[in-house]
Design a binder for this molecule. Structure first.
Ligand SMILES: Cc1cc2nc3c(=O)[nH]c(=O)nc-3n(C[C@H](O)[C@H](O)[C@H](O)COP(=O)(O)OP(=O)(O)OC[C@H]3O[C@@H](n4cnc5c(N)ncnc54)[C@H](O)[C@@H]3O)c2cc1C
Length: 371
């Protein structure tokens, strides 16, 4: 049986009361958007398909003071980065999750997948995979690079496309590595078909002492597109999923281990070998999406649903934050109305497009090196 749920009576089609929103996706963009909207008084229902949105190994560039600004927490309550501006995905996610727990205006429903979005003159509605309908004044798609909400907004340009390479990512404890010096900053190594980004991170216990921290690494590899296709990770020009640790063949692990030792210096090569030994490596095929629009009347997209740049830009997360801020500002001015969502699109579309296009120059030349 189909049920219809409405978070609160919708009253803000005219500017004047805070109104309601459904946010699809409760990862970083969705959490930031829910928090900034709740600050303007909007009642938010978040829909998240998984219970675990963790992404092993990814590090993020988070501008100084960012988490304080978005969460409203004071600086002593948010994790301090070891390298200025670099945070782990987990630290940022945990701080945002803790912040939404404190908001009476935000309801989070996990294990719920949105399969369709629709709208009429008065409200927008998501339909879940079990047939439940949830309506609000507006729907915000924060559902990542394979966004379902984007299909409703841009049916003529619905998919992010494969950029031609994979990033292998992992994190190793310095205590597991036998080495005599420890990096103090982000390192860019290699070139040609293989580029490595290495970054020191606090230890699992928060330790900042060299030798007791962790080393994160991201290896850009344009030579394994056959594996991505044969595993179904990439189909045609569309990225379907990452290669999780158990899905990476043993032969690939062995090849990566051999290559790491010749391509990259210690302690980065050792960090890679340690991650490989523990089978704690994820392969993320990189997708890119240049948006043609961000909004259709009562439905809009933010974060990776709106723009997918190569991680080489280092700006995907910060850009998602600016989306959340611009959207909240437009809604504070014009309510949860189509006018507000169009103001948000006007504020953000150009910047979103130029971010992705700037990364495409890198991607095209990097992917060509394997051809
Ligand atoms: C390997 C890698 C490295 C990166 N490195 C950097 C970096 O150094 N610096 C930087 O700034 N950015 C980086 N990024 C980008 C950054 O991680 C993202 O821009 C940022 O996390 C915003 O993601 P998001 O919340 O928009 O989307 P996602 O993290 O993809 O979240 C989407 C959420 O929506 C949920 N969802 C999807 N579909 C549905 C549905 N139909 N129904 C319900 N829920 C759904 C998913 O389960 C998920 O929780 C990197 C990305 C990758 C892949």
């Amino acid at each position: 049986m189909h049920t219809q749920h409405r978070p609160t009576p919708s009253t803000s089609t005219d500017h004047g009361s805070p109104g309601t929103a459904v946010v699809v996706g409760a990862s970083l963009s969705g959490l930031m958007s829910a928090l900034t909207l709740a600050r303007t008084g909007v009642r938010v229902t978040m829909i998240e398909r998984s219970t675990d949105t963790g992404r092993t190994g990814a590090a993020l560039h988070a501008p100084d003071g960012l988490l304080e600004r978005i969460t409203g927490f004071d600086a002593s309550q948010v994790p301090q980065p070891l390298t200025p501006g670099i945070q782990t995905w987990f630290a940022v996610h945990a701080a945002l999750r803790a912040a939404i727990e404190t908001s009476p205006l935000i309801e989070l429903r996990q294990n719920t997948t949105v399969s369709k979005v629709s709208q009429d003159a008065h409200s927008a509605t998501v339909t879940t995979s079990t047939g439940q309908k949830i309506s609000a004044d507006i729907v915000i798609g924060a559902d990542g690079h394979r966004s379902t909400v984007r299909q409703h907004i841009s049916p003529e340009n619905p998919d992010a496309t494969f950029a031609g390479y994979v990033i292998w990512i992992g994190i190793a404890d310095e205590t597991a590595i036998n080495h005599h010096w420890w990096p103090t900053d982000v390192a860019f190594l290699g070139g040609g078909r293989d580029t490595l980004l290495g970054y020191p991170l606090p230890g699992a216990d928060g330790s900042l002492t060299p030798g007791r921290r962790r080393l994160g690494w991201a290896w850009y590899d344009s030579s394994r597109n056959d594996l991505l296709r044969s595993s179904g990770s990439v189909k045609g020009s569309v990225v379907r999923h990452s290669l999780m640790p158990a899905g990476i063949p043993n032969t690939t692990y062995r090849e990566l281990a051999a290559q790491a030792q010749t391509l990259f210096p210690a302690p980065w090569s050792q960090a890679i070998l340690d991650s490989i030994e523990r089978r704690q490596v994820i392969g993320t095929p990189i997708a890119e999406y240049v948006p043609t629009r961000l909004t259709r009347d009562r439905v809009t997209i933010i974060g990776d649903a709106a723009h997918v740049p190569t991680p080489m830009t280092g700006r995907g997360f910060a850009e998602s934050l600016y989306d959340a801020e611009a959207l909240a500002e437009a809604i504070a001015d014009r309510g949860t109305t189509p006018m507000a969502l169009h103001a948000y699109e006007n504020a953000r579309l150009r910047s979103a497009r130029s971010l992705v296009q700037s990364g495409q120059n890198f991607s095209r030349s990097f992917a060509r090196r394997s051809a």
